[in-house]
Design a protein around this ligand. Structure first.
Ligand code: NAD
Ligand code: TYD
Length: 356
């Protein structure tokens, strides 16, 4: 098993990165410290890690506001903290935003990854015991018909500016391993859900709108299929890969839990009704079919046998339980929703969508 003294987590003020930090700082097998490098875009909020700061202080958790595209800033952090592992989450992550404004997706997801790889290569300079883990998505494989699965060797066929930028960054990471011998691992995961998920993505948007009595906008006919995984299960998968995964390999991670969007939204309405003691109808009535997303990928589905067989990982939170935990978390954390929706996010929404 590999152990690390200082893990640089990029994008740790976002949804999955923050959950990963909380998860591994709670593990007895991890005795090191985390340096969270995040520039705090609209999607990053230090509020999401206040409990971690309070629990661990600056000995084990350090926050550095920096842009992964800024080589000097990254080099300084690598030097100052003697980083021996990078777990790279930082990205522009929302497909709809990539359609309206792809520029930041290319500069952050592609150039930012390049900057980190170069900084790691120079600093580590062939030394043992280092690792660069790249967190990626199943969307790099493209879109499936009604049957079949993505395997680790499925050819890349990204369709949106978001998935194309993630595919490009995956290729860079593999090339740095192949050409320069940089020790890397990769993971390609399906749709995550859970606490601290920014309320522009399907599940948290539906929860927030339902609680406000606002329309629940379902794209097209709601027939597109996604595979959903509780975010803490993803965090555990990444922990296992950085600890014991094979260098140079990619691991698919997924929920084996496929839902048509419309079925998922209806199921969420049932969970909301149960949790709030209100009638299901009150929520179902809010479902509104809206114009489809351009180039909307039909279906994603993951085969994750590799990580199960090699690393003994499996999903631990079933969907019913996960949805309930998520709805309860949003009910208990309305102040967080208010906070992350204020400022830059609401201005962007107004500019691009008006108020919906
Ligand atoms: P998120 O949008 O919630 O968080 C992204 C974080 O990165 C934010 O804190 C943001 O401030 C930071 N960031 C953005 N640009 C930056 C820059 N230039 N420099 C430094 N920090 C920057 O994203 P997420 O949903 O937590 O996704 C994290 C990673 O996981 C991404 O790489 C994404 O592609 C991948 N992924 C996400 C999902 C999913 O369902 N959300 C599934 C599979 C893979
Ligand atoms: P999203 O959460 O944006 O994740 P991704 O596009 O990366 O899969 O969307 C999940 C699915 O939900 C996708 O098929 C698009 C659909 N969707 C809606 O129907 N309405 C919405 O308001 C949003 C944000 C997404």
């Amino acid at each position: 098993m590999r152990t690390f003294t200082t893990i640089m987590v990029t994008g740790g003020a976002g949804f999955i990165g923050g959950n990963f930090i909380r998860h591994i700082l709670g593990k007895k097998e991890f005795e090191g410290r985390i340096v969270n490098v995040d520039v705090l875009t609209y999607a990053g909020n230090p509020l999401s890690l206040r409990d971690v700061e309070e629990a661990h202080g600056t000995k084990r958790y350090i926050f550095k506001r920096a842009d992964i595209r800024d080589r000097e800033a990254i080099d300084r952090i690598m030097d100052e903290y003697d980083v021996d592992c990078i777990v790279h989450f930082a990205a522009e992550s929302h497909v709809d935003r990539s359609i309206y404004g792809p520029g930041d997706f290319v500069t952050t997801n592609v150039n930012g990854t390049f900057t980190l790889l170069e900084s790691a290569r120079t600093h580590w300079n062939g030394k043992e015991g280092k690792l660069f883990h790249h967190v990626s998505t199943d969307e790099v494989y493209g879109s499936l018909g009604d049957t079949g699965y993505f395997f680790e060797d499925t050819p890349y066929d990204p369709k949106s500016p978001y998935s194309a930028s993630k595919a490009a960054s995956d290729h860079l990471v593999r090339a740095w391993n192949h050409t320069y011998g940089l020790p890397v691992t990769l993971s390609n995961c399906s749709n995550n859900y859970g606490p601290y998920h920014f309320p522009e993505k399907l599940i948290p948007l539906m929860i927030a709108n339902a609680l406000d009595g606002k329309p629940l906008p379902v794209y097209g006919k709601g027939e597109n299929v996604r595979d959903w995984l509780y975010v803490v299960d993803h965090a555990e998968a990444i922990w296992r890969i950085i600890s014991r995964g094979r260098i140079g390999e990619s691991y698919n991670v997924g929920g084996e839990n496929e839902w048509k969007n419309i079925e998922l939204v209806k199921r969420l309405c049932a969970v909301l009704a149960r949790t709030t003691n209100r009638s299901e109808d009150e929520f179902l009535r809010l479902i509104t079919f809206v114009q489809d997303r351009p180039g909307h990928d039909h279906r994603y589905a993951i085969n994750c046998d590799r990580i199960k067989k090699e690393l003994g990982w499996k999903q631990s939170v079933d969907f019913e339980k996960g949805l309930e935990l998520t709805v309860r978390w949003y009910l208990d954390n309305q102040a967080w929703v208010e906070e992350v929706r204020s400022g830059e996010y609401s201005r962007w929404i107004e500019k691009n969508y008006g108020s919906r």
